[in-house]
Design a protein around this ligand. Structure first.
Ligand code: DC
Length: 224
């Protein structure tokens, strides 16, 4: 099976890029952030506090979420309800960033992620795909952009929904998530040794997609 790992900080554009790359290659797109988000959503709905690690660990097997792929697009179901949109809130983002530091949570989700990549050609995005989940991924990309640019993109996105939030609040939330994601002890956000680093600060979405497709093609030609 072929696997393309795309890691990077929040707001670097991983999911839109990864989804497009997957559709161009005819692979399945797997957004691993949504696994952490689904767990977080469940914990929030059930009033489970994020500092109660024992309770979270005991709860994990009860969280009945599954992924479905429709036309290469991933949707996420919790007890048969499509929660793909509900898990995008700022509250879920913050909880996901916090609980993703817990060993029990990471171990629980690791197997699910590996199983999908064992059975399908995938473009998988996250924080630790190239370093931990798929250390033997065919191609590893680390997609980044300046914190300012990432906050700007996120701010524009949120504003479309007319939400009452300032740019400074978005930048602050991105900076705090960067810190938590990269400073945690287990599977911190960092480029894999063999990852190709792409800085998208001054690149358009299409440029990034084209660059990744070039990298994948070059890799496949060299290995044929
Ligand atoms: O990619 P995202 O912003 O939807 O991810 C939400 C949180 O989940 C992020 O702050 C860190 C965590 N995460 C992780 O630790 N490892 C992954 N492979 C994917 C996400």
């Amino acid at each position: 099976m072929i696997s393309i790992a795309i890691d990077g900080p929040a707001g670097a554009g991983k999911s839109t890029v990864a989804q497009k790359v997957a559709s161009r290659l005819g692979y399945i797109y797997v957004n691993t952030g949504s696994f952490y988000r689904a767990v977080s959503f469940y914990l929030i709905c059930h009033g489970i506090k994020i500092d109660n690690e024992d309770l979270i660990e005991n709860t994990l097997p009860k969280i009945n979420f599954e992924l479905k792929f429709l036309n290469g697009k991933q949707i996420i179901l919790l007890e048969n309800e499509d929660i793909s949109q509900k898990i995008r809130s700022e509250q879920v983002s913050t909880v996901a960033s916090k609980i993703s530091a817990l060993k029990s949570v990471r171990l629980h989700l690791l197997d699910m992620q590996r199983k999908i990549a064992d059975e399908n050609n995938v473009v998988m995005d996250g924080r630790d795909i190239g370093t931990v989940v798929l250390p033997h991924a065919t191609v590893k990309i680390f997609l980044t952009a300046s914190a300012n640019e990432r906050a700007n993109r996120r701010f524009r996105e949120i504003k479309k929904g007319d939400k009452d939030i300032t740019f400074e609040q978005v930048l602050n939330s991105i900076t705090q998530r960067d810190y938590r994601d990269s400073k945690r002890d287990i599977a911190p956000l960092k480029p894999a040794e063999s990852a190709i680093i792409l800085d998208s600060t001054h690149l358009t979405f299409s440029n990034v997609v084209l660059k990744i497709l070039e990298i994948v093609r070059a890799h496949c030609q060299n290995n044929n």
